[in-house]
Write a protein that binds this ligand. Structure first.
Ligand code: IMP
Length: 388
């Protein structure tokens, strides 16, 4: 069993990482974020309460977990304070004992938010100032958290050298969860540029975004929603604008946690899935929202694209190709039963089992967790050896 687990999104974000991470935090000692900022949005249902966190790692809703905001993040101090207050208000503890912010993380300033709103509309960003803050970081004009807190007594106690801290925890063999935000196809280097975020959301981001050496990432798990969604602009070859898409949007509550925007929905794209397995070196899958597909007569899985008569089986981030790619589908029979109360794989309808097995077979890695609803209880463990 691993001591360190990386959780990354395999699609365009909103795969349900929050719920899975929350589930895995039961046995975690440390939860560390390595990229992005408050563009992320994790909705977690804990103790019957629905809590949305954007910047604070998801381990905050459990006791005795150290939550780290790594150097790879961009932090909006106002948002951080507000979020700390919200979480406290819901009855959860926050102190420098369970939340630390890297002194080397960069600060999102008001001007970054303004610039994001003005200049990045065409990209459909979350308008939280993420891109412009990373721009200043890269051009070496940014302000780091260590500098900022010289004038902020409220946040100062939370600011630490998190690189040393996390490496100590690694030495002590603590259970560490690396919490990815956004996802593989939104990665600045490997996603559908320019319709991406400004950080490395893939596993590689852990090394630079936390100061953790590659050899310390023992297990990489990819979160795959049973269909696909995308917020904002950019190619989505399997997008649906019919009743099936509407079914996914309504039943899956596909509206952004951060911006409330409706998410575009489509059939599961395993060309992208395969790419995510490769880029992240995934060991196993965490499949979410399978229950949303209940009630559809036929299901489709995209296994290749066709473009100008040519069949493409390997993903490319080339927009010219993606925008003109016609999905090649394999059609499967759906199931009508409500599966939200199923406790084991055996209890699933046969067609649901076939759907999951098809994914495993195509991607060549097993499913470690299968989620059939938003609650902690609606989670099937399929392969324990990949978990803490
Ligand atoms: P930015 O990260 O605000 O710069 O937005 C860039 C792109 O990433 C936009 O298409 C956003 O909708 C998308 N994005 C950023 N964060 C998330 C997320 O957590 N989930 C889904 N999409 C996201």
């Amino acid at each position: 069993m691993p001591n360190t687990i990386a959780i990354v999104g395999m699609q365009f974000g909103d795969e349900g990482k929050g719920k899975i991470i929350d589930f895995l935090t039961e046995k975690a000692d440390v939860v560390a974020r390595y990229n992005g900022g408050n563009n992320a949005g994790h909705t977690i249902i804990a103790d019957g309460k629905k809590v949305a966190v954007h910047l604070i790692p998801s381990g905050i809703l459990r006791k005795n977990i150290l939550n780290i905001i790594g150097n790879g993040l961009v932090v909006d101090p106002k948002v951080l304070k507000q979020e700390m207050a919200n979480v406290k208000e819901q009855g959860f503890d926050i102190s420098p004992d369970n939340l630390v912010v890297s002194e080397n993380a960069h600060v999102i300033q008001e001007k970054h938010i303004e610039k994001d709103k003005e200049k990045n509309k065409h990209l459909g960003t979350t308008a939280r100032g993420i891109g412009p803050a990373y721009e200043d970081k890269a051009s070496r004009h940014g302000i780091r958290v260590s500098e900022y807190v010289k004038n902020d007594n409220e946040l100062a106690p939370f600011v630490k050298n998190t690189t040393q801290l996390i490496n100590k925890k690694l030495q002590e063999k603590k259970n560490i969860l690396f919490e990815g935000a956004q996802a593989t196809l939104l990665d600045i280097d490997h996603g559908t540029y320019p319709y991406v975020t400004s950080s490395n959301a893939t596993v590689g981001g852990i090394c630079t975004g936390l100061g953790v050496a590659p050899k310390h990432i023992q297990c990489s798990l990819g979160v795959l929603k049973a269909y696909i969604t995308r917020v904002g602009t950019g190619p989505l070859p399997t997008e649906l604008e019919d009743d099936n898409g509407k079914h996914m949007q309504d039943k899956g509550h596909e509206f952004g946690t951060t911006t409330g925007r409706p998410r575009r929905c489509g059939w599961l794209d395993l060309v992208m899935g395969k790419y995510a397995v490769m880029i992240n070196g995934l060991d196993a899958l965490l499949i979410t929202k399978l229950d949303v597909l209940s009630g559809l007569e036929k299901l489709k899985i995209c296994t290749a694209y066709k473009r100008n008569g040519e069949t493409i089986t390997e993903f490319t981030a080339d927009l010219n190709v993606l925008e003109n790619a016609e999905p090649v589908y394999e059609e499967l029979n759906g199931w009508q039963e409500d599966i939200t109360q199923c406790k084991s794989f055996d209890e699933l309808p046969d067609n649901a089992k076939t759907y999951v097995k098809k994914i495993e077979e195509f991607l060549g890695i097993p499913v470690a967790i299968l989620s059939v609803g938003p609650d902690r209880e609606q989670t099937m463990i399929m392969k324990e050896e990949f978990l803490f």
